[in-house]
Design a protein around this ligand. Structure first.
Ligand code: AVJ
Length: 323
């Protein structure tokens, strides 16, 4: 059984992009939120990133799931899986299979901003899980958490946010997000978070500035998105990609650095923006976590951390918390 709820239209997305770009290009320093990386090309580039030798997080998270997914399913003891972001790949399938083996999977709720992506990926998944009610929700999970389908028959829910997605938010936004999640869940429901861990800065920087330049292409792709959607004339080749470790905040910062003095016209916003040679624009932060700090964040939002699993190298963690 497959259905899809649309809480977010192309029009809503267009407005949000206009607002983010107008704000970001006129603030000092300039910045753009990472959520606009993921058009079709950006999503394909991200897939390519996950296969790079330097980008360990996806492999590490798969390894944890491969080893511990049945323990996770047993501890979660849930009849519904809600997944925020992604919701298509191997990791989702591993979780669904384990919940099924554990014995009571009835429902899967994938949530994503891209309706196109969801229709395709969740539709394919529904074909492989004919006895599961697949109820896809198109929405921005920073805004539309309240629109998630209500549980049927009081079954327990497992809400998964994998891939260190929460690392893209600054701590204050993350705290608000975790409180929102706490608000939509019910007592006894579980939260499963996948988080990348603090480690040797050289490895971190390499993971975000790979030798083949795939991450650089991914970073510059946001300019192509703005050119297409907002009639801008960015020359992506006039910007260099950079990745730096911020040891104080314990996050990676990705930036695009202007190679020369230049003026960019954003026709759709009736906006001209000057870049000085060497000027940098922040395009992403990717926070890295420690067990103690994340436990405190979860507790502050009302959750009780219950389990912590890592890969053998200790690069990545899955944490299961009780609402
Ligand atoms: C999908 C947000 C988890 O932060 O590692 C990968 C995105 N950016 N390489 C991350 C990303 C550059 C990724 N997340």
């Amino acid at each position: 059984m497959f259905r899809i709820d649309r809480n977010l239209t192309a029009d809503d997305l267009g407005k949000a992009l206009r607002r983010d770009v107008a704000e970001g290009l006129t603030s000092r320093p300039k910045q753009l939120p990472p959520k606009w990386f993921y058009d079709a090309r950006g999503s394909a580039l991200f897939e390519e990133i996950t296969r790079l030798p330097e980008y360990y997080p996806t492999r590490a998270e798969k390894e944890i799931l491969g080893r511990h997914v049945d323990e996770i399913a047993a501890a979660a003891d849930a009849s519904a899986l809600i997944e925020l972001g992604s919701g298509s790949g191997l990791k989702t399938r591993l979780l669904l299979q384990a919940l099924e083996r554990h014995g009571e999977l009835t429902r899967f709720v994938p949530v994503d901003v891209s309706g196109e992506f969801l229709a395709e990926s969740a539709g394919a998944l529904a074909e492989d899980w004919p006895r599961t009610d697949v109820h896809a929700v198109v929405g921005d999970f920073e805004e539309h958490l309240g629109l998630l389908p209500v549980p049927e028959g009081g079954g327990r829910r497992l809400l998964a946010v994998l891939g260190s997605t929460i690392g893209n938010q600054v701590p204050e936004r993350r705290a608000a997000f975790l409180r929102d999640v706490h608000g939509v869940l019910e007592t006894g429901d579980r939260l499963l978070l996948g988080v990348d861990l603090v480690k040797d800065p050289d490895r971190l920087v390499a993971a975000y500035d790979d030798a083949q330049g795939v991450t650089a292409a991914f970073d510059r792709n946001v300019l192509t998105v703005i050119n297409r959607e907002l009639g801008a004339d960015f020359d992506p080749s006039a910007f260099d990609h950079s990745a730096r470790w911020n040891g104080e905040q314990e996050w990676i910062e990705m930036r695009l650095r202007s190679r020369r003095d230049q003026t960019v016209r954003v026709g759709g916003l009736d906006l001209s923006v000057d870049f000085a040679e060497g000027e940098e624009m922040l395009t992403e932060i990717s926070a890295k976590f420690r067990r103690e700090g994340l436990s405190q964040e979860l507790e502050a939002a009302g959750f009780t951390p219950e389990h912590w699993w890592t890969d053998p190298d200790g690069d990545f963690a899955l944490v299961l918390a009780i609402r």
